[in-house]
Design a protein around this ligand. Structure first.
Ligand code: SF4
Length: 170
């Protein structure tokens, strides 16, 4: 992608170049926010709600995020749905690192956010998935309903809308 950076550097210095950059940001952000590909994996009970969000009643595909991928290399969205145990944490981190940039993370449910019901009395649960991967959106609840996941997805799309193309890659 370095050639793109060079093109953008040249374009930015031309008359009207900043306007062209802004228009490119809009197009790239629109395409990214409209075609999020979540990774197919779930860790505990919250994953059932995630599955419900993908089924016909809630239809996550309406937001362009219905194409669950079987490989992290084809995914740009990790929905951490469920309890992250300390044994599982290195594997979650590895999956995240195998995803191509730009990549996004939604932490779904109290367990993934903070350890949830295991926060004060467990030796085996990670107290928040943000200890191992950067989280873009947190969804509270135990479990959050499918509507909550859809709301979180909309919030992520709003965040993607504000991204600057030249900052995402470099
Ligand atoms: S937040 Fe509640 S529903 Fe979700 S994984 Fe934890 S215990 Fe299960």
């Amino acid at each position: 992608m370095s050639y793109l950076k060079e093109i953008f550097t040249v374009v930015a210095d031309l008359p009207g170049g900043q306007i062209l950059q802004g228009a490119t940001d809009v197009v790239f952000n629109w395409s990214r926010r409209s075609s999020l590909w979540p990774m197919t994996f779930g860790l505990a009970c919250c994953a059932i709600e995630m599955m419900a969000a993908a089924a016909s009643r809630y239809d996550i595909d309406r937001f362009g995020a219905g194409l669950y991928r079987p490989s992290p290399r084809q995914s740009d969205l990790m929905i951490v749905a469920g309890t992250v145990t300390k044994k599982m944490a290195p594997l979650v981190k590895r999956l995240y690192e195998q995803m191509p940039e730009p990549r996004y993370v939604i932490s779904m449910g109290n367990c993934a956010n903070t350890g949830g019901i295991y926060k004060y009395d467990s030796y085996s649960v990670l107290l928040g998935v943000d200890k191992i991967v950067p989280v873009d959106v947190y969804i509270p609840g135990c479990p959050p309903r499918p509507e909550s996941l859809l709301y979180g997805l909309i919030k992520l799309q709003e965040k993607i809308d504000t991204e600057k193309f030249d900052k995402v890659f470099y």
